[in-house]
Design a protein around this ligand. Structure first.
Ligand code: SME
Length: 320
């Protein structure tokens, strides 16, 4: 199955920004345009007056099984001066501001964490705007792939940066995808013909825990009005979690996978262990109802991204 995510990045002049971002492995589509401004159908000329509120922006789509959002953001930061307000290189004006505009609110905690981490490299506050995408208009055709059509055209970015984009590989994501593929194959034969849910959960927890070296890997089962601890690997954990509480109870309530890149920023997170710093919870459904959740914790920040959500989603479907 092909899954795709998208993001809008303002990084100064969009000619260079697109040329840089499109060369990163896993980026599947780019186009340039104007984002989060105040007029209808802006033209380049209008945006150039710097009165429309628009930022020159690259709309990109990517394959999250090849490149994660945190990796893309790391690459983005390499191409901007995040402490500079309304100026990148010699280009000045609000249209050259830096900004991260998202269309999936689940991306926001990842963006906020990346900004907090990036800020630690500077003694200055960051000027990167973070907002939901309000609007986006594709720029005129001659701005698309401008540096491909005009290889000697103006660019505020150093040429070496383009080589670093071509060389970049999100090896953590690529390796994870490979490991998950193997684990799923292994589970298909391991679980084949076994009808006991607890036995299957026990081996799934063990296999995932061993393969990936997670901090805590296990299941909570829906029993009456709460989640009750099931088979797991790792340190002792809370035994009861009410509906809607913590990451697990929220995943159950919302009937969807939750990725928490920094548990301290998740309101109501239940800290079974102070060492846990990021988490993913995947609901397991039978006939549309959640019957249990798979909960995995890591001692590192932002361990779990779409690649985990995707494969763990396939994996829980193998359980009886
Ligand atoms: N942190 C979870 C509770 C379970 S433990 O992490 C094992 C939560 O907030 O739901």
């Amino acid at each position: 199955m092909q899954i795709e995510k998208e993001l809008y990045l303002a990084a100064g002049c969009f000619w260079g920004a697109e040329h840089y971002l499109k060369q990163i492995d896993g980026v599947t589509f780019t186009e340039v345009g104007f984002a989060n401004g105040n007029t209808e159908n802006p033209t380049y000329k209008e945006v150039y007056t710097d009165t429309t509120g628009y930022a020159e922006t690259v709309h990109l789509r990517y394959d999250p099984l090849r490149v994660s959002l945190p990796f893309l953001l790391e690459m983005y930061f390499k191409s901007i001066d995040p402490t500079s307000l309304n100026q990148q290189g010699e280009d000045r004006g609000t249209r050259y501001r830096t900004g991260i505009y998202y269309t999936d609110s689940d991306d926001l905690p990842f963006i906020q964490l990346a900004l907090r981490q990036e800020a630690t490299h500077y003694g200055l506050p960051l000027q990167v705007e973070v907002e939901p995408l309000r609007n986006f208009y594709r720029a005129e055709d001659y701005h698309q792939d401008y540096l491909v059509a005009n290889p000697t055209g103006y660019c505020h970015l150093p040429v070496a940066l383009f080589q670093s984009a071509r060389d970049a590989r999100d090896t953590a994501t690529l390796q994870k995808a490979e490991k998950y593929t193997r684990v799923i194959k292994q589970l298909q034969s391991l679980l084949d013909g076994e009808a006991d849910a607890i036995a299957c959960m026990a081996n799934v927890a063990a296999l995932l825990h061993e393969t990936f070296g997670f901090w805590w890997t296990g299941f909570y089962r829906v029993v009456g009005e709460e989640l009750l601890l099931g088979p797991f690997q790792g340190p002792i954990a809370c035994m009861h979690i009410p509906f809607g509480k913590g990451v697990c109870g929220t995943s159950w309530k919302e009937n969807r996978t939750l990725m928490v890149p920094d548990v301290e920023e998740f309101p109501g997170h239940i800290a079974c262990s102070a060492a846990s710093r990021s988490e993913i919870v995947v609901p397991m459904k039978k006939g549309g109802d959640v019957v249990s959740v798979l909960d995995i914790d890591s001692k590192d920040l932002a361990t779990f991204t779409q690649v985990d959500a995707y494969y763990l989603g396939l994996l829980v479907d193998l359980l009886p």
